[in-house]
Structure formats: structure tokens, C-alpha cells
Write a protein that binds this ligand. Structure first.
Ligand SMILES: [Zn+2]
Length: 154
């Protein structure tokens, strides 16, 4: 089991509360659980995101990028991603939690640092509510060790 720093503990408890809050809202409107992401910037503020599912699959937007866009809206492009939490609904405990997709790994690396923490959290809807049985921790540099950087021309 991973150990967590204070800010990581803080965003994990934020994520657990937010997942329950948003899922209750969705359930009340006839919706289903979805993948959420939460981003803490270097300022310590936390931004929420949810997967945007459209009827054009290439127009869908991942929760990670939604949360990062919210961060940039509030703090400009000067903000850096310190921690990302990905909270994915699963039918039962999975051996591996869902990591950010390739595009999101790139965006997290671009707007983060090599040591940006990626926390992967599985959640399960039960009759009595939502539970969080498994949490993993990674660094973006492990998930995306050699990021794409465009060549700079003078
Ligand atoms: Zn993605």
C-alpha cells in the first residue's frame, strides 16, 4: 500500500467526497457513474473534471484534461499540475487501476513536472453508497518517461 504526503491525503479525501456528490447528482437525474479527475495545482487549489462523452467519439474529452482546463481558466498557464487523481468506476476490484490515456499523460507532463504525482483510485457503487477499495500512486515520469517536446527554431 502506497504512503501519501499531506497534500496527497487532502486531494484523496476531496476526490472521495466529490465522487459521491457528483454521482448522487447524476443518479438523481437518471445518469450513471463516470470517470472523474481531480487536479491540485502548485498553489494548492483543487480542480474537478469529469469525462465528457459526446455522440462524436473523437469529440470526447477526458476528465484529466477537463480538470486541467479548469485549473488554467482560474490560474492561467503559469499554474503547474502537482497532483492528479483519477477516479474510475469499476464493477469489482481490478488488478490495475485505469491510468491516464496517452494524450492526457502528455498534457499532464506538459503542465506538470517530472515528479507530478498520479493517484489512481477505483470506486464501486454499492447499495449503501460508493466505496474506494484500491488506490495506487505513480509519478508522471514513470508513466511518460520521455515526453514529446517540439523542436525550437531560432
Ligand atoms: Zn485522456
Amino acid at each position: 500500500m502506497a504512503t501519501f504526503a499531506k497534500d496527497e491525503e487532502r486531494i484523496i479525501s476531496h476526490a472521495k467526497e466529490a465522487v459521491v456528490k457528483y454521482n448522487k447528482l447524476r443518479k438523481a437525474k437518471g445518469g450513471i457513474d463516470t470517470l472523474y479527475a481531480f487536479v491540485m495545482s502548485d498553489s494548492g487549489k483543487i480542480y474537478d473534471g469529469a469525462c465528457l462523452e459526446t455522440n462524436l467519439s473523437h469529440s470526447n474529452i477526458c476528465a484529466e484534461r477537463h480538470a486541467i482546463a479548469n485549473m488554467i481558466l482560474q490560474e492561467t498557464y503559469k499554474a503547474k499540475v502537482k497532483i492528479v487523481v483519477v477516479a474510475d468506476p469499476v464493477p469489482k476490484i481490478q488488478e490495475h487501476s485505469t491510468p491516464p490515456c496517452g494524450t492526457c499523460r502528455h498534457i499532464i507532463r506538459e503542465f506538470g513536472k517530472p515528479d507530478t504525482t498520479i493517484i489512481l483510485m477505483q470506486y464501486i457503487q454499492q447499495k449503501t453508497g460508493w466505496v474506494f477499495p484500491k488506490i495506487e500512486k505513480h509519478k508522471i515520469k514513470e508513466l511518460y518517461p520521455r515526453p514529446y517536446v517540439p523542436v525550437k527554431w531560432d
